[in-house]
Design a protein around this ligand. Structure first.
Ligand SMILES: CC(=O)N[C@@H](CCC[C@H](N)C(=O)O)C(=O)O
Length: 369
């Protein structure tokens, strides 16, 4: 089992959420190759539930990885770049899956005492695979008593694991606003209703929501990552669309931000005599680590010779792993992969040796549970 080869092969086939068919087949082939008589698995859409029966189980311990890639044109120096144009594993899910496979391989050779459930989850980047997986028959059949997951951290050194009790990642909501007015000739603006101008005003006004409506001690972010509108430079745009995401540490601020965006959008409708439609897309609840488990994890990591434990702060990233944690006590942690470029950057090149650190550490940790 060569985890680097696995990671590189997965890196070449990034797929969008709920379309991870090649990825699923790749994972299934590896699982079938390493099959032991105490292992069984079931697919769920493009995901997989893999159950490893323990030798003397008193509980079910779960480990989850995400599977999807991002719509980014890769710009790394790799000799094994994405083979899917316009798609890239730019959030480390190729490493996450390889680490999960590394753990599966280990436990396929050495039966654990407790039952282990490996969850290969689609669509973490959206629309979200975790929440519907909670109702999937295999999850209900093999319901875990505790659950774990990691996320690569480009800014941390290899060997570092970082986490904290309680809130780790923010609440998220996607944001899509469609503006519809009246198009026309560029030279006759008085006969049209320019949705590029309306969108520009709305983007600018939205910047005031975090600055002026959210308690400064309760962090929030609103990012508009994409604007589209119009068809040609000399045609006044009839329609435009804003696409973004909202992040808040508290649920209360999420509702406040949404209310203000609704009000501002209604104001744009009046000011520009246009129609607007808001779609909140996928919403993820916060990632909230169980306090007792976080304390045991910290103690275990501090005593483990293979890693350095760092107490993490909260992050405005989102993760639908939060849905698993809402139902099952557990923990998510950051794994250092030491690279200058951040998550969602087309140049992301995580250090692959971090995968061995993770597998050695998590093998010991899962055995200890
Ligand atoms: C770890 C990470 O980067 N997660 C994503 C989750 C995206 C959620 C949703 N699609 C959104 O954009 O709000 C992140 O961007 O934090």
């Amino acid at each position: 089992m060569n985890m680097t080869t696995i990671r590189r092969e997965l890196h070449q086939i990034p797929e969008p959420g709920f379309k991870e068919w090649k990825t699923q087949q790749y994972l299934l082939d590896k699982i079938a190759l390493w099959k032991a008589d105490y292992m069984e698995w079931k697919t769920w859409h493009t995901g997989i539930f893999l159950f490893i029966h323990g030798s003397a189980p008193v509980k079910n311990v779960a480990y989850r990885t995400d599977m999807d890639g991002l719509p980014i044109e890769e710009n790394t120096t790799y000799s094994f770049p994405s083979l899917h144009p316009g798609m890239m594993h730019a959030c480390g899910h190729d490493l996450h899956m390889s680490i999960a496979l590394g753990l599966v391989h280990t436990f396929s050779q050495e039966q654990p005492k407790e039952n282990l459930l490996f969850i290969f989850q689609p669509a973490e980047e959206g629309p979200g695979g975790a929440e519907p997986m909670l109702d999937a028959a295999p999850f209900l059949e093999w319901k875990p008593d505790e659950i774990y997951a990691l996320h690569v951290a480009p800014e941390r050194k290899v060997g570092e694991v970082a986490s904290k009790p309680g809130l780790l990642f923010a609440n998220t909501s996607e944001l899509f606003i469609d503006l519809k007015g009246t198009g026309g000739h560029a030279a006759r603006p008085h006969l049209a209703n320019d949705m590029v101008v309306a969108a520009s005003h709305l983007v600018t006004q939205i910047q005031s929501v975090v600055a002026r409506n959210v308690d400064p001690l309760d962090a929030a972010v609103v990012t508009i990552g994409k604007i589209t509108g119009g068809t040609k430079q000399n045609i006044i745009a009839e329609a435009s669309r804003l696409e973004g995401t909202i992040r808040t540490l508290s649920e209360e601020s999420m509702q406040k931000v949404k209310t203000r965006i609704r009000q501002l959008t209604a104001g744009i409708e009046t000011a520009f005599d246009c129609e607007a439609e808001i779609d909140w897309g996928a919403n993820y609840c916060q990632v909230y680590n169980n306090h007792e488990i976080a304390a045991s994890f910290r103690e275990f990591a501090q005593q483990h010779g293979g890693v350095t434990y760092v107490e993490s702060g909260e992050a405005m990233t989102g993760e639908d792993f939060g849905y698993f944690l809402r139902e099952v006590p557990g923990l998510m942690f950051w794994l250092g992969v030491d690279t200058p470029y951040g998550l969602h950057d087309s140049r992301l090149e995580p250090k692959e040796e971090a995968m061995n650190t993770a597998v050695e550490f998590m093998t010991d940790f899962l055995k200890s549970r």
